[in-house]
Design a binder for this molecule. Structure first.
Ligand code: SAH
Length: 251
């Protein structure tokens, strides 16, 4: 499905940006790059900046005109650093990516980027069905071309993963949370130890124990964590009974 999405750079002036674009695309699983009248391509600088995504550069389609690049596409999205008075629906990257992913299941989609110094012309934007603007600082709105490709490629990847319900990041192994009964036994144990070491006295114990309950209530320890806490308390009692710590260094 992602193969139906082309990233089109219109008249890019800097070969480094072509390389960064290839890298940005490959990290996000996109592979179809199209260059319209690039100033300098192929180029060692592009290959260097691609950092291993040279297959994308090798397979890039090079066209002379934007119309040639868009000829077999059914859905075209234009990108713009500025929100200009073009009568096109303007969307943010997230909803743009949703539309792109939806369209790409049946259609060929082009996402077009403008030249570094001038962006897309109004004439070029008129070719688009949708315009996307990355909501940057209004006083400094223009991203580097490769960075703009990265942001939009990332959103496309996220939209695709969410669509496939495949957004599964490894999560740490979860243990069952401690039960109310475990917690009550822990509070009893904690209370005894805090009394034994003289931290609690009869005037303060209610307030402090209530605060401890609030603290552990926020944390909601699991059974393994509670086992460690119980172990610390038991060890504290063992040290008290034997009259000191095991690690005490004596001269
Ligand atoms: N000087 C141009 C900016 C060109 S930046 C201007 O002011 O319009 C080169 C390209 O990067 C833009 O044509 C667009 O494709 C992309 N780009 C940069 N910043 C962007 C932004 N905030 N939102 C969407 N695309 C952006």
């Amino acid at each position: 499905m992602l193969d139906n999405i082309s990233i089109v750079l219109v008249n890019p002036s800097h070969p480094g940006n072509i390389g960064s674009t290839a890298r940005a695309m490959k990290t996000m699983g996109l592979s179809q790059l199209c260059l319209v009248a690039p100033d300098d391509f192929p180029s060692g600088t592009a290959t260097a900046l691609a950092s291993g995504a040279d297959d994308i550069l090798r397979n890039a389609k090079v066209c002379e005109t934007l119309d040639e690049a868009l000829a077999d596409c059914q859905f075209v999205v234009g990108t713009s650093a500025r929100v200009r008075g073009v009568s096109l629906p303007l969307v943010d990257p997230r909803s743009c990516a949703q539309s792109i992913v939806q369209e790409a299941s049946n259609n060929k989609v082009a996402l077009i980027f403008g030249r570094e110094d001038s962006g897309l012309s109004n004439e070029q934007l008129r070719r688009c069905h949708l315009q996307v603007h990355i909501p940057t600082n209004e006083d400094f709105s223009s991203l580097n071309l490769g960075a703009a490709v990265q942001v939009l490629s990332y959103e496309i990847r996220m939209a695709e993963l969410i669509n496939k319900d495949a957004l599964e990041l490894p999560t740490p192994k979860a243990h069952e949370l401690a039960s109310m009964d475990d917690m009550e036994r822990y509070y009893d144990h904690l209370y005894s130890v805090l009394m034994e070491i003289g931290f609690l006295d009869h005037s303060s114990h209610e307030k402090i124990m209530a605060k401890m309950r609030r603290l552990y209530g926020r944390v909601r320890p699991d059974q393994v964590e509670l086992g460690i806490l119980r172990g610390i308390l038991s060890e504290t009692q063992r040290c008290l009974a034997s009259g000191g710590g095991t690690q005490k260094i004596t001269e």
